[in-house]
Design a protein around this ligand. Structure first.
Ligand code: MF3
Ligand code: CO
Length: 250
């Protein structure tokens, strides 16, 4: 069942989403060649707690940290470590917060210093794919209209979409129904209704869509070693324009 959020729940989700966005801004500002991903973790955790939130990922199925830091061919769920970022890397940051029992979830990919034209394009196209997917999160549309919009844009630009991980409903749990794939034909699945909250999160590879999980049990990497990018917003379906909850401005 896809839960419909009440006005009060939506207010709480706006606060959770704002905390996510503000904390992620602080982490982004620290990204530079030479910084260790464990330092980004410290910044994230402090920023979340300062704002009255709890890191949503820490302890989730045993995940050890507040953020995911996925570098280059790492797709998602990279764990903070002593690894130092280098000029030319691309870094995906994923951050989730629980505030007063409601969750927000967001991810961005950013260049570390100067990166190749291909890396720049991958980041740009993945962000655009997210925004096109969000544009389909409208009352009356079907769930897979989101999926299709993402896939179309990625593949039109010569990239591929990851199948092994998908977006999700979100609210009183980090992961609620429905699953939100980033691929598929349009016009399928449940009809979207005002009050549904979805974490839409395209993961797009420069090469093949296949991924595998490393022996650490978490880090997903592209099977061909190609670069991967990831953007995510927590989005509310309304009677009109979709509302992005993971923004700093509201
Ligand atoms: N945005 C990811 C998700 O929705 C991050 C989860 S990391 C985990 O699943 F550690 F919490 F699993
Ligand atoms: Co998510």
């Amino acid at each position: 069942m896809i839960l419909i959020k009440s006005a009060e729940e939506i207010s709480l989700m706006r606060v959770a989403g704002r905390i996510v966005a503000e904390a992620l801004e602080k982490v982004k500002a620290a990204v530079a060649p030479g910084i260790a991903t464990s330092e980004l973790e410290e910044i994230a955790e402090a920023a979340i707690i300062e704002r009255g939130g709890t890191p949503a990922f820490k302890g989730y199925r045993g995940y050890p940290a507040s953020i995911c830091v996925s570098v280059n061919d790492q797709v998602v769920h990279g764990m903070p470590s002593s690894r130092k970022l280098r000029e030319g890397d691309i870094l995906s940051l994923d951050l989730g917060v629980n505030h007063k029992g409601y969750f927000g979830d967001m991810a961005v990919t950013l260049p570390v210093g100067a990166v190749t034209p291909q890396a720049k394009k991958l980041i740009l196209v993945t962000r655009e794919a997210l925004m096109l997917g969000i544009g389909q999160a409208r009352e009356g549309n079907r769930l897979s209209d989101i999926s299709h919009a993402v896939q179309e844009h990625a593949e039109a630009n010569g990239f591929s979409v990851v199948r092994m991980f998908v977006g999700h409903g979100i609210g009183r749990a980090l992961h609620e129904e429905p699953q939100v794939p980033n691929f598929g034909p349009p016009g399928m699945g449940p009809r979207l209704k005002a009050g549904m909250a979805l974490a839409i999160e395209p993961m797009i590879n420069a090469g093949d869509w296949k991924v595998r999980v490393l022996a650490d049990g978490w880090t997903a990497v592209t099977s061909d070693g190609s670069l991967s990018a990831h953007f995510e917003h927590t989005v509310l379906v309304t009677r009109g324009e979709p509302e992005i909850l993971t923004e700093t401005g509201h």
